[in-house]
Design a protein. Structure first.
Length: 205
């Protein structure tokens, strides 16, 4: 369903390019914006311009940040000896929403997936290994998806650190196989963090 207006159609196309938004939803949103004044639209668009121009990635954990260090890594109350390794920024948000984790994170930016051409060198694994050395890390918690790719990544990192005196844990697999952390309810995810399992035992079982 297209309008005779090329300007409107272009706006709908841009809106529909966002994940999870179809053409009908995009049209409804664009028509809604037509009812707003120029100041509201300017504030909306400027917020995304500022996001693109000013957002940074934490130099320590690769989480989004307004400065060189994110608010988690710069918080002296967080335990920098415990690191939860996650796939992306949405996983940090999901775990933080539980209020059950008081360590820090390391965002890999993906998982090892040969089918997609993603290898260890495409992720932030090397900086994780340097961080483990620099901060004398005591525990690594694997918070990656319960998928073949997630398990492959867990094992790759485990092999890299298995000779070190580091406890390795896995988020409790009460979480269904294949589930992404962002879609799991806070209570279930919180319990999975608290009741995490030793990775060695889980791998050998």
């Amino acid at each position: 369903m297209e309008s005779k207006s090329k300007i409107l159609n272009q706006a709908v196309e841009q809106m529909a390019s966002l994940p999870g938004i179809g053409k009908r939803t995009a049209l409804r949103l664009v028509l809604n914006w037509l009812n707003k004044n120029k100041q509201e639209i300017a504030q909306f668009s400027n917020s995304f311009i500022r996001l693109k121009e000013n957002i940074q990635f934490c130099k320590r954990c690769h989480n989004i940040s307004d400065g060189k260090l994110c608010s988690i890594c710069s918080n002296p109350k967080r335990d920098d000896k415990i690191i939860c390794v996650v796939q992306d920024i949405r996983d940090v948000m999901a775990i933080e929403s539980t209020g059950q984790f008081f360590g820090e994170y390391h965002v890999l930016g993906g998982v090892i997936s040969p089918m997609d051409g993603i290898g260890p060198e495409d992720l932030t694994i090397s900086s994780l290994l340097k961080r483990i050395e620099s901060f004398n890390v005591k525990e690594i918690i694997f918070g990656l998806p319960a998928t073949m790719e997630g398990d492959t990544t867990n094992f790759y990192i485990y092999r890299k650190i298995q000779e070190k005196n580091i406890k390795t844990s896995l988020i409790s697999r009460g979480i269904g196989v294949g589930n992404q952390l962002e879609y799991i309810d806070e209570i279930t995810l919180g319990k999975s963090i608290v009741n995490r399992l030793p990775y060695e035992i889980n791998f050998s079982s």
